[in-house]
Design a protein around this ligand. Sequence first.
Ligand SMILES: Nc1ncnc2c1ncn2[C@@H]1O[C@H](COP(=O)(O)OP(=O)(O)OP(=O)(O)O)[C@@H](O)[C@H]1O
Ligand SMILES: [Mg+2]
Length: 336
Amino acid sequence: MTPILVVDDLHKHFPVRNVWGVRTGWARALDGVSLQVAPGEVLAVVGESGCGKSTLGKTIAGIHSATSGRVEFDGHRIDGLSPSTGRRMRRALQYCYQDPGASLDPHWKIGSSLLEPLVVHEDMTAAERRKRVDEVLRAVGLPEAHLGLYPHEISGGQQRRVGLARILALRPSLVILDEPTSGLDVSVQANVLGLLADLRSRFDLTYLFISHDLSVVRLFSRRIAVMYLGRVVELGPTRGVFETPRHPYTRSLLAAVPMIGGRRVTETMSLDGEPPSLIAVPSGCRFRTRCAWAADICAREDPALRTMADGCQVACHFADRPVAPAQDQVARGEDH
Ligand SMILES: Nc1ncnc2c1ncn2[C@@H]1O[C@H](COP(=O)(O)OP(=O)(O)OP(=O)(O)O)[C@@H](O)[C@H]1O
Ligand SMILES: [Mg+2]
């Protein structure tokens, strides 16, 4: 199937400046990310805080301009366009902010926030705009009375719904959801996930689902891309990656995921300390400084993302190492 989104060797380097404003280096927030998304699928992007997930979403959406690399949406190249052409080409590709409260103007009532993208993007009459807003408000399950409220007068869960309504009003085909359930309590999380699943089938949406919550990702996504220090290190079907994670980083991440009935047991691989700085990425394999398998070759050669026999892609010199299938229930009860 022709992908709806193609990301090829995408880089985004932010300048790092000292107190006098002099540039002292670059933070390689995205350092050669490649992935594809098929129409209708949910591709999850996971990884530790600071590994570049939001930067990936924002660079694809044109909120950040790419340092280098290629982004194609619906068969058209969308990186490096002028702001007005970029806005037009990306109307059907929308980014939903990690912090919905911050993305809504505190001085605008919800109604104005919902109308604004339609004024900017669409050639519609006032009556048509009003009708579209009513429609998306209903779709996300918010009462009409909310149109007259300010962002601080509604809850975090309701702010997420407003954020989604703003995007849906533009009739997107691909939505980048940045941590759509973080900061919400478990019952509200379940409501938001239910709403996202419902909207996806109702509006034929494709999702790039950014999250650090692996339990949510496991339920919600078909494929998963694991990021480490600005790079994708493992990419494959969610089920396969959870059952037989190959990259030592993925193994460590998954070993820490609590599961119903106990902690999942893959191997005793723990992830110690903080990841290295994006300003000084280690030579060779960027994970080697925290990797239990690190050998000489890892300091010398940067492993490329290789496609394995089952179609999973892994960036590790030792990706062929036999994988003991994960046994979710082995440690039943031990962690309680
Ligand atoms: N506008 C910016 N200017 C400079 N550096 C930035 C900017 N945005 C992000 N960064 C840096 O890029 C790196 C990646 O940040 P990003 O927000 O993409 O991480 P993340 O994976 O989304 O983390 P989290 O899980 O905490 O949301 C961080 O080191 C961050 O400081
Ligand atoms: Mg983020």
